[in-house]
Write a protein that binds this ligand. Structure first.
Ligand code: KG4
Ligand code: ZN
Length: 345
């Protein structure tokens, strides 16, 4: 079975090809020009997707030695994401499916991330605990099977990646915040400044806006000009923020491991690239004797391989979709993974 995957929900255009369960191509074009604006500019993102998507597909075909007519299934992200950006990939994929007269499967981007561990040689084992940490989402779920997902908690304010990006901007490191903070923190001490780990009303929810505010307060209280922090103070600031954020994520994972009997933990999404988070969760997994699966760096961020894989899973599970399926900007997590109105059987 030859599957085409397309992803364009934010600032990465990606095209992937899976042939008989083997990933043949996963091309990712990142839009780094957003850097000068300090964040992703939606309209510019849509235009860039439009420009690159067809050449990227041509390249993916060449790499996997296929022609368009060889595909058995066309999949694409349908949301959540920047709606204009999502529409570029979705409409492109639907156009291909229509022209080639092949089945089409719209994929929830977050589901793509959740199952991205299955792109690895060592895969998660059901049931597994899934921590999704990206620029737009922070979720903790128990995944019992390909079709049974239970949401335990989510962020009540900022997403983990968003907190990295905002704090990075605050301390003058810029965008994208995650890698910049991780790099700066390498020379710092995470216990030097005490930033809080928020308590939420519900057991498994997360909150990062208090942490962000306490970094801001620290800057206001300690520097005459918070926009001009001495360079020598940056490493401890970055490390202390990172330490608190990782502690907050680890806390809920430990709670969930006490309550649910799982065989694996999988951390996915852009923030899963963070080395301190990886080490912390690895030691928790070792203590609890469960397997930890974190996708390789190229599958942590946005990529079409995870979309093709999830699309194929849904297709094999017998889900059918028609081309009237539309893009959605957000997702109602109460419907998550079950018979949502959008994902009809
Ligand atoms: O999943 P992703 O590529 O895009 C979506 O949000 O869907 O995640 C991007 C986020 C950004 O907020 C970025 O700062 C964060 O992932 N990130 C990191 C690291 N690399 C990327 N956060 C912490 N440490 C990293 N090494
Ligand atoms: Zn993502």
């Amino acid at each position: 079975m030859n599957v085409l995957g397309i992803e364009s929900s934010c600032d990465e255009t990606s095209v992937a090809v899976i042939v008989n369960n083997e990933l043949k191509a996963n091309l990712i074009a990142s839009q780094d020009f957003h850097f000068e604006f300090g964040g992703v500019v939606p309209e510019l993102s849509s235009r860039a997707h439009l420009q690159i998507i067809a050449p990227l597909l041509r390249q993916a075909l060449k790499k996997s030695n296929l022609e368009l007519k060889d595909f058995d299934l066309i999949t694409s992200t349908a949301g959540p994401g920047l709606i204009g950006a999502v529409l570029v990939g979705l409409t492109f994929a639907k156009g291909l499916a229509f022209t080639l007269n092949k089945p089409f499967v719209p994929v929830n981007h977050i589901e793509g991330h959740i199952f991205s561990g299955f792109l690895m040689e060592s895969k998660p084992e059901f049931p597994f605990l899934s921590l999704v940490v990206s620029g737009g989402h922070t979720l903790l779920l128990v995944v019992e099977s390909e079709v049974k997902l239970t949401l335990l908690g989510t962020t009540i304010d900022d997403a983990a990646g968003e907190a990295f990006d905002k704090v990075s901007k605050m301390i003058g490191l810029g965008y994208p915040g995650g890698p910049k903070i991780q790099f700066a923190a390498e020379n710092g001490d995470g216990r030097e400044i005490k930033f809080p780990v928020a308590k939420t009303q519900t057991k498994y929810d997360f909150s990062f806006s208090g942490l962000k505010t306490s970094v801001l307060r620290h800057l206001q209280n300690n520097y005459e000009n918070p926009e001009n922090i001495p360079e020598s103070d940056i490493p401890d600031l970055a490390a202390s923020f990172q330490y608190s954020l990782v502690k907050a994520l680890a806390k809920n994972i430990k709670l969930a491991l006490d309550e649910y009997k799982v065989k694996s933990i999988s951390i996915v999404g852009g923030v899963a690239a963070n080395a301190v988070l990886r080490n912390e969760i690895q030691s928790i997994a070792d203590t609890h004797n469960v397997k930890l699966v974190i996708p390789g760096i190229e599958y942590c961020g946005d990529n079409a391989a995870m979309i093709a894989l999830r699309g194929q899973q849904l297709h094999m599970a017998g889900r059918k979709f028609d081309l009237s399926f539309n893009a959605f900007p957000s997702f109602n997590f109460n419907d998550y993974g079950r018979k949502s109105k959008r994902f009809k059987d």
